[in-house]
Design a binder for this molecule. Structure first.
Ligand code: GLP
Length: 249
């Protein structure tokens, strides 16, 4: 049930296995009448996982009635109904197509006034613990080595907070925003400490574009320069890669 082999022929094959592990966990928790707390990610990497979960809901009756979700991050400032928002992304790719209770969906709010942001982040962090902690955290990786939006320099024990985005992160996001000048300079993100408390972590990386940061993450020295290297210290993390992303290992 847990994935041990990590290099797949393509992202479709890898995503299917990850979706199956998530579905298995949801059902296991259902049988115990427990909620299943999922940490979710945005970006192109998890899209096929969400597609597969939606298919399982439609065709196999997989229910999300016991699922509570916490998303990793959101741009700041960002309106919820903006097509570039992670709020919009999650509804488009997953939440609008499954039977999750709206009150069980948690996504960092990009509209919180600046002076309330610190307090808001504290509450977001606390809500994860109050829900029982993350049973499973899905991750992508940015070319700066960020997970969530924990950019280089992020501390091992960091918690949910606002952060300034790296140049490379904003450049990678520029096409979606139709120009670098439109990409927000800040974001709200769960911390490395928040993510590291998850009982299980699966990081997805697809394509040649990710091969160097994947190598640095898996084989490099643990360092704040590449925050994803902190995952080396987590006892239950699997990297799910396609052949291209694994090509520099
Ligand atoms: C953004 C997100 C990350 C994501 C990364 C990679 O910066 N905040 O959570 O992992 O992009 O995106 P993609 O999966 O599109 O390569």
């Amino acid at each position: 049930e847990k994935i041990h082999n990590v290099i797949f022929q393509d992202s479709k094959e890898g995503s299917k296995i990850v979706a199956e592990e998530i579905a298995h966990l949801i059902k296991e928790k259902q049988n115990k009448r427990q909620s299943c707390v999922l940490g979710l990610a945005t970006g192109s990497s998890p899209i096929k996982v969400y597609e597969e979960l939606v298919r399982m809901h439609r065709e196999e009756g997989l229910s999300f009635g016991n699922v509570v979700t916490f998303n990793l991050d959101e741009y700041y400032p960002m309106e919820r109904n903006n097509v570039q928002s992670y709020h919009y992304f999650m509804h488009q790719h997953l939440f609008d197509h499954i039977d999750i209770a709206p009150e069980n969906i948690n996504i960092p709010d990009g509209t919180v006034p600046r002076e309330e942001l610190q307090e808001y982040c504290k509450r977001y962090e606390q809500a994860i613990q109050d829900a029982g902690g993350l049973d499973f955290q899905l991750l992508g990786i940015g070319r700066s080595g960020h997970i969530g939006f924990n950019e280089p320099g992020s501390h091992f024990n960091s918690v949910t907070r606002d952060i300034t985005l790296d140049h490379i992160t904003r450049v990678d996001a520029a096409p979606a925003f139709k120009g670098l000048e439109n990409v927000p300079r800040k974001a709200v993100t769960m911390g490395i400490g928040t993510i590291s408390k998850a009982k299980r972590i699966v990081l997805l990386a697809w394509g040649q574009n990710k091969s160097e940061i994947v190598r640095d993450t898996i084989e490099g020295e643990i360092s704040a320069h590449v925050p994803a290297t902190y995952l080396q210290e987590h006892a239950n993390t699997t990297f799910v890669l396609d052949k291209e992303a694994a090509s520099h290992l």
